[in-house]
Design a protein around this ligand. Structure first.
Ligand SMILES: [Fe+2]
Length: 279
């Protein structure tokens, strides 16, 4: 039996608000499939951290680049088998966290084709939401048309951590056409807490407070550095937008997404940078 590691050895920090039933739609928890959990013990340790800090559902999202897929359906089968296997380990450890299959899909031409052929899968393999990652340095010229095509074919793209993208950091309003086309966006918990640096932190705050992002996810990669926690980011979001709205970002909206249900989000609001007083 795989046992969770002693959490006393890990400095987890504490949040001040007690919350539960959180849903994390972006975690690299499947061992050996990408740069996330390396072993089954890592995955169990990540699950234990998530459970301790209020998360009850996790979508496992290994990185997938459609342009490098040789046998897409085989990759989907592997992910589902790994999720089933991890579920058994989690249950045997007495942890009550539900894990669902998913992917973090690199933006590429014709994602609709990959989805329709079953070579990539939506969030929780349960409907229309698709976790899509842009490159960090820029937004590809074809991305807007691709997002529009996905929406026109009944899919709802969720743009992963736009606050880490150089174009969005430079001008958060570049997201508006994507959102108006039907996309959603999630910020990383570690961006809000400042672990990713000050520019992603500031950008994440702008996105959340202007309806330019709708969900907080951990993008957890391990039990030690990029941990699958939402509670600390929730506390920061509660300070920005109030507890009720913040709860939507870590519980209500991601739960609806994981279940493939409709979500209601505010209209995006244009961000107006404050001008320096001497200009
Ligand atoms: Fe990720």
């Amino acid at each position: 039996m795989i046992l969770p590691p002693d959490e006393k050895s890990v400095n987890l920090g504490d949040s001040h608000l007690s919350i539960e039933g959180l849903v994390d739609i972006h975690v690299h928890i499947l061992p050996g499939l990408d740069d996330g959990a390396k072993t089954r013990d890592d995955a169990i340790a990540m699950t234990a951290i998530a459970a301790k800090h209020g998360t009850s559902r996790i979508v496992a999202t290994p990185h997938v680049d459609p342009l490098r897929l040789r046998h897409g359906s085989r990759q989907v089968k592997t992910i589902k088998e790994e999720v089933d296997s991890l579920k058994e380990s989690i249950a045997s450890c007495g942890l009550s966290v539900q894990v669902m299959p998913g992917m973090e899909i690199a933006i590429a031409p014709d994602l609709v084709g990959y989805l329709d052929r079953g070579e990539v899968i939506p969030v929780a393999d349960a409907g229309k939401y698709v976790l899509v990652e842009f490159p960090f340095q820029m937004i590809p010229s074809y991305a807007e048309e691709e997002i529009f095509n996905m929406a026109a074919n009944g899919y709802i793209p969720i743009i992963a951590h736009p606050e880490r993208n150089a174009s969005v950091i430079h001008n958060p309003n570049v997201l508006i056409p994507f959102l108006k086309a039907g996309a959603l966006a999630h910020v990383n918990a570690d961006s809000l807490t400042g672990r990713e640096g000050q520019r992603p932190r500031k950008t994440a705050e702008i996105l959340l407070s202007h309806g330019l992002a709708h969900i907080i996810a951990s993008d957890g990669h391990s039990s030690t550095s990029r941990r699958p926690r939402l509670d600390l980011a929730f506390e920061i979001a509660a300070g920005l937008m109030g507890e009720d709205e913040a709860l939507k970002t870590v519980r209500d909206t991601p739960l609806a997404i994981a279940l493939g249900e409709d979500v209601s989000v505010p209209e995006p609001e244009e961000y107006k940078a404050r001008r320096k007083w001497w200009l």
